[in-house]
Design a binder for this molecule. Sequence first.
Ligand SMILES: *Cc1c(COP(=O)(O)O)cnc(C)c1O
Length: 485
Amino acid sequence: MQEMLGTTGLILNEPLLTERGRRGRCGISLPRRDVESFPIDESITGGGPDFPDLSEVEVVRHYTRLSTWNFGVDTGLYPLGSCTMKYNPKINERQASLPGFAGAHPLLPAALSQGILKLMYDLQRYLAEVTRMDAVTVQPAAGAHGELTGMLVFHAYHKSKGASRSKIIVPDTAHGTNPASAALCGYRPVNVKSNEHGVLSPETIAEVMDEDTAGIMVTNPNTLGFFEENIRQIADIVHAKGGLVYADGANMNAIMGIVGMGDIGADVLHLNLHKTFSTPHGGGGPGSGPVCVKKHLEPFLPVPRVIEKDGRYLFSEDFPQSIGKLHGFHGNVGVMVRAYSYILSLGPELKKVSQLAVLNANYIKEKLKGYLHLPYDRPCMHECVFTDKDQAADKITTLDIAKRLIDYGFHPPTIYFPLVVHGAIMIEPTETESKEDIDIFIEALKEVILEAKEHPERLHEAPQLPKVRRLDEITAARHPCLTCG
Ligand SMILES: *Cc1c(COP(=O)(O)O)cnc(C)c1O
C-alpha cells in the first residue's frame, strides 16, 4: 500500500521536518526592515545550521501528530506496577506553572523567595505528618537519590557513635536501587530471602543481623505488593544490635494516612513525590525523593536546610553534623508545588487515595485469578503479581501477553519484575480508574488469555495494530533507528 500523509486508518505517517522542508518557505512574518541589510560573514559563523524551511502549519501539524503517537495516563489506563502511573489532577499542574514558581531564578535571595521557601518548609512538615516521621529534607531529586542520602545518614550516624559498620541487609523483595545505593555508599548488601507469603520473617533477619551491620533497607510495601507485616519486630531486632531501619516508601500510594512508618520502627524513609504525590511519572524527570528521618538522625540531614526564623524563611548551612549538599539547586521545585497542592486539596482524603488503590488492585487480582497463575494468593496492596506459568504449555510467555494487550488498546503492565517471580506480570491500576474502565481492562486480559489457547499465533505476532510491530528487542536496544517510521 502506498504510504499516505496524514491518517491511514488510525496510523499516522510522518516524515522528518528536514524531509518536508522546501527552500524559501517561511513560518514567521517579521515587520518591514528599517535598517540596511548586512550580509553575515560566513567565514566567521561557519554558515550556521542547515534548518529546513517550513510554514507554521507544517510545524504545528508535525508536532501535533507526533504527540498522538504517545501513550500516557491522559490517554488511557497505564497499569505499570511498581511505578504508580496514576492520573494527577490538573489543578496541581496549574499551581506548579504559576509564574512566581515556574519563573523563579535559582539564585534569587531568600528575601525575594519567601513564598517558595515557605512552601518547601510546610511541605516538609506535611510529609512528616503523613509518614509520622520527625524531620524531612526535600533536597534529593529522585527515589534513588533519597536512598543514597539515607545511606549517607546511616554512615554519619554510626560514625558519630565511633563505629564503622560494613554491611546492609537487603531483602530479595527490595527495589533494585536499594542494594545499588547501599553499594554506592560503600556498604556490602547482604541479600535475605522473603518467606512463602512474600514477606520477611523476623527469624531470617535475626540470623544475619550483627554488630557489623549498619541496618536494613526494607521496601514497604515491598515489590511483590505486600506490606511487610513483621516490620515492627524486625525493627526491634535491628535496633537491638545498634542498627538502623531504612524504609523505601516509593510505594506509599498504598498506605498514605493509614500506616505511620515512623510509628512502626523506620528511622529513615524516602518518598517518591513523582509517584505518589501528583507529579506525572515516567517522563524521565524531574522528580523529587524527600527523605524523612526520626529525631535522632535530624542533625545529619543535608544542607542547606529550609528553616524558619522570626516568621521569615531562609536556607541555613548551620548544621555541623550534616552530610553536606546533595543537589545544586532546587530546579525540581515544581514537583514540590504539585505535592503541596495535592496534599492541601485532599487533606484527610489522602487516606481514601490509598484505600481505593488497594481496593482496585485486589479487585483485579480476584477477577483474573483462574485466568493467570497467582503465585501469592493473599490480599495485596496497590499492585498484584501474576505469572505466565499456566500458559507455558501453549508456549505463550509474559512478553506475548503484554504485546497482545497493546492490540486491545492498553499499555502493558510491568513484566518480568519483581525478579523474585519467574515470568512476572505486575499490575497496578491506581485509585483514579473507574470500575467500568478496570472491567474493560480485565475483559481484554481475559480475552488475550483465551486467545493464548485457541490462537497462539495472534499472541506470537502481536502487536498487529500499532504503528510499530514487535521489535527485535536486542537490535532495537543495540542499534536504535531513531528516524525510521
Ligand atoms: C521507583 C522506585 C524507586 C526509585 O525511584 P527513582 O525516583 O526512579 O530513583 C525506589 N524504590 C522503589 C520501591 C520504587 O518503586
